[in-house]
Write a protein that binds this ligand. Structure first.
Ligand code: LMR
Length: 399
């Protein structure tokens, strides 16, 4: 009966991890998925996470269902982390925060909301963007279009193209923005550019929709990395913000995140919240509790929060070191090319400019697993393997 079903190709990101597992060569490196590894290539469970888990076990909490909107303490903590503690929008009860299943689940709940309450509106996505954005909006029934973002010649931001496209978009469009550490390019607008994007959103009445999946990984500071969404909110705009704790707390498999709607007043927030709950209830009923407890304990206890900031600096510092190493090796091997983009890009990724064919050679010949758009996750690269990676890149660009 289902013989007509055609074969779906592997996921462009998670499919790379599947292929990596099948490779038996000792040299293999998984730079596909954005997941942090230690210098020894081990997954890293943060010390603050272990401490929070101990606190949880000691307090013998139960496994009852959470409310549809999630753990109250988490929702408060996550909005605090996003907007800054005690933000006036929260005091005015005009933020609707729903705990959801990490970044993807949070984005999907908001996409369903847009399909239902803003029918006919188009979501504008940066070209390129995280591979899953298109599917999330399309599956929810929201039409999406590109706005220009990346300029291959300068390996930088095509700011003029971005502004032109967002200006040409119909009024009241949805503009999907990466809060920090743009995935896959690692190129963020400057603060002055963010200000101009905000001006344009106000002028065109666009609805900004931030995806904040890497808070802490761009600058090493959780506060600095929330600058863009905070700035938009400070300009009096309504905004949607998805958050993920997969990367910055390393809670990948716990699926902890949130969707926040910052609205004009408390009445709107109450109504939006009721609709977000209706959407979540039909999608997955209510969210898992374990990761939400960890995140709320870490964010709300000052001593743990401070420690988290230190671990965040440590993780982002390791990635910065690896950027230096890779840049150094490549410059030594092939000084004719400018490799400085590796240093100027921020966050977990470097966007190498390698084309699909070159990426395939990286994998088939050198056992370096990466996404076919040329993105490498530096979070998965130890310093000791930077030279190996540099030689592989030098080989594919030379041939
Ligand atoms: C990535 O871009 O590698 C991560 O966001 C993981 C994912 O779910 O795709």
């Amino acid at each position: 009966r289902l013989a007509f079903v055609d074969l779906q190709p592997p996921d462009p990101i998670l499919g790379v991890s599947e292929a990596f597992k099948r490779d038996t060569n000792d040299l293999k490196l998984n730079l596909g998925v954005g997941a942090y590894r230690t210098e020894e290539l081990k997954p890293y469970v943060l010390d603050v996470v272990k401490k929070a888990e101990k606190i949880m076990i000691d307090s013998e909490e139960n496994k009852e269902y959470l409310p549809i909107q999630g753990l109250e303490a988490f929702n408060k903590a996550t909005a605090d982390l996003l907007l800054g503690q005690g933000h006036s929008a929260m005091k005015e009860n005009r933020v609707a925060t729903l705990q959801s299943l990490s970044g993807t689940g949070s984005l999907r709940v908001a996409a369903e909301f847009i399909a239902k309450f803003l029918p006919g509106k188009t979501a504008y996505l940066s070209n390129p963007t995280w591979g899953n954005h298109k599917n999330i909006f399309a599956d929810a029934g929201v039409e999406w279009k590109w706005y220009r973002y990346f300029e291959p010649e300068t390996v930088g931001l095509d700011f003029e193209g971005l502004m032109e496209d967002l200006r040409a978009a119909p009024e009241e469009s949805i503009v999907v923005l990466h809060g920090c550490a743009h995935n896959p390019t690692g190129i963020d607008p400057t603060r002055e550019q963010w200000e101009q994007i905000a001006d344009l959103c106000i002028e065109k009445n666009h609805l900004p929709f931030f995806d904040v999946a890497y808070q802490g990984f761009a600058s090493g500071s959780l506060d600095d990395d929330a600058w863009a969404p905070r700035y938009f909110v400070s300009r009096g705009m309504e905004a949607i913000v998805a958050q993920s704790y997969s990367k910055n707390l390393g809670l990948y498999a716990e699926r902890v995140g949130a969707i926040n709607f910052v609205l004009a007043d408390a009445e709107a927030a109450k109504r939006v919240m009721s609709q977000l709950k209706r959407i979540a209830r039909a999608l997955y009923s209510n969210p898992p509790v374990h990761g939400a407890r960890i995140a709320s304990i870490v964010v709300s206890r000052p001593e743990l929060f401070q420690e988290w900031n230190k671990e965040m600096e440590y993780m982002s510092g390791r990635i910065k070191q690896v950027r230096q190493d890779l840049n150094g090796h490549l410059t030594r091997l092939n000084g004719d090319r400018d490799w400085s983009f590796i240093l100027s890009q921020v966050g977990m990724f470097s966007f190498t400019g390698l084309d699909k064919e070159q990426c395939k050679v990286m994998t088939d010949k050198h056992h370096v697993y990466m996404t076919s758009d040329g993105r490498i996750s530096l979070a998965g690269l130890p310093s000791s393997k930077a030279e190996y990676l540099a030689k592989a890149i030098d080989d594919v660009v030379a041939n």
